[in-house]
Write a protein that binds this ligand. Structure first.
Ligand SMILES: Nc1nc2c(c(=O)[nH]1)N[C@H]1C(S)=C(S)[C@@H](COP(=O)(O)OP(=O)(O)OC[C@H]3O[C@@H](n4cnc5c(N)ncnc54)[C@H](O)[C@@H]3O)O[C@H]1N2
Ligand code: MOO
Length: 400
């Protein structure tokens, strides 16, 4: 049987990523209490409903004084604690006891810390250097933000600090995107579920569990389609029945006679937008649409599946979840050893970071899971990059 020799040209990684993001808009929004919203992405800009701090406050425990009265002594006329301010005004030569977070009484402008103060009944003396300038040890009203300030931008990930700033800004709930429904299907007649007896040439399925683990920190609902056989009708029917925002398959993506994912998707009514990336490992990845869902057909080799999931699946989930900046963060590192010139595909080398230097594994076969499991980063080698020397700087992606 003749094999098709004319294949589409390989697409650069960055172009494939932007084409992928263009396939779908973020999923609909919902409003959640802050604790539930953590880890999602803000669906709208969030403005402060209050000014923080709401008044001039003390930043330290000590005495509220007028800077002009230094070096004292002072007459202590009362106390200001967080939540119970001094009711009067501090006049010339007067001070109040004050605690961290308490409102600075009108008239006072500076705080003398208690370590530099000596108290004798109602009389207070300077016992140290004292505050160096007017306003020392205080926080001005609005130091952090004023009412109306932009606290979060639509598309910001709701990190712990961002949830906290929303709370301080007067919000109990936040608009976020609902969870992304991701259907995951492994394909291949040789696969058996992990833990079952793999006889002969059977192979425990590992891509599905790896993909689910790679999405565990993202707002997803995983729909596990399990292992599907290399049969066009079975794949077609399984694909046609999915109800998801994103369908991720592994295996059957290449050009062999048993590589049926593409024809099965098309038979189910789907369309392929692009196939084959200038990427190693991961070249045969395909992307398209099937009804309401975006489809990512990953290669079956475990390392290829890992790299394409890192570069496409996780970013696509983040995009669907409303991320403004869905791509993985690259870091810089020095190479621990020389690397040869690269070919025409961007290469992601499994590597270990030791003492800040990245050492690539000697064998980069895309089937080798133990090498991947021992790796802590991927060294990115751009297409056609010249040979590199130990000590050269390189872009890396941290993976563990
Ligand atoms: N003539 C060509 N052959 C191949 C090409 C090519 O361009 N021309 N591309 C190669 C590249 S690159 C890759 S990557 C592989 C990927 O092909 P498939 O996506 O069709 O993957 P499979 O053949 O189904 O499987 C590859 C390998 O991975 C194992 N596998 C599959 N699924 C799983 C799973 N869920 N868990 C664990 N292991 C899995 C499978 O048993 C195979 O050993 O194609 C090259 N061939
Ligand atoms: O994706 Mo393949 O060999 O490039 O593993």
């Amino acid at each position: 049987m003749p094999h098709p020799t004319r294949l589409t040209p390989l697409i650069p990684v960055a172009e494939a990523q932007s084409r992928l993001f263009a396939l779908a808009r973020p999923v609909p929004a919902e409003t959640l209490p802050l604790r539930a919203a953590a880890g999602r992405w803000a669906a709208e800009d969030v403005l402060a409903r209050r000014t923080q701090p709401a008044a001039d406050l003390s930043a330290m425990d000590g005495y509220a004084i007028r800077f002009a009265d230094l070096p004292g002594p002072w007459h202590v006329v009362g106390e200001s604690a967080a939540g119970s301010p001094y009711p009067g005004t501090v006049g010339m030569g007067e001070a109040t006891r004050i605690f961290t977070g308490a409102a600075l009484p009108p008239g006072a402008d500076t705080v003398l810390i208690q370590e530099e103060a000596a108290r004798d009944g109602a009389t207070l003396h300077l016992d140290g250097e004292g505050p160096a300038h007017l306003g020392r040890n205080t926080r001005a009203r609005g130091l952090d933000f004023h009412a109306g300030a932009l606290l979060l931008r639509a598309g910001d990930r709701l990190t712990p600090a961002r949830v906290a700033v929303a709370a301080t800004g007067g919000h109990a709930t936040l608009p976020v995107r609902r969870p992304v429904r991701v259907a995951i299907a492994a394909t291949g007649d040789e696969l058996v579920p992990a833990g079952s007896d793999a006889t002969g040439l059977q192979l425990p399925e590992s891509n599905g569990v790896m993909l689910a683990a790679m999405l565990a920190d993202l707002p997803v609902e995983v729909i596990d389609l399990g292992i599907l056989p290399d049969r066009l009708d079975v794949l077609r029917d399984a694909f046609a029945a999915i109800d998801a925002d994103l369908l991720v398959t592994t295996g059957g993506a290449s050009v062999g006679d048993h590589d049926l994912v593409r024809p099965a998707l098309e038979a189910a009514g789907g369309t392929i937008d692009f196939w084959r990336i200038a990427l190693r490992p991961g070249k045969p990845m395909m992307a398209g649409r099937l009804g309401e869902a975006v489809v990512l057909g990953l290669p079956g080799n475990p390392v290829s599946a890992f790299v394409t999931a890192t570069l496409f699946v996780r970013p696509m989930v983040a995009h669907l979840a409303g991320a403004r900046d869905p791509l993985p963060t690259m870091t810089g590192a020095l190479l621990g050893e020389d690397l040869p010139a690269n070919g025409g595909r961007t290469d992601y080398l499994r590597a270990e970071l030791r003492d800040g230097k990245a050492y690539a594994s000697t064998i980069q076969d895309s089937s080798m899971l133990l090498t991947l499991a021992r790796s802590t980063c991927l060294i990115v080698r751009e297409a056609d990059a010249p040979a590199a020397r130990a000590g050269d700087s390189a872009e890396i992606l941290i993976i563990a």
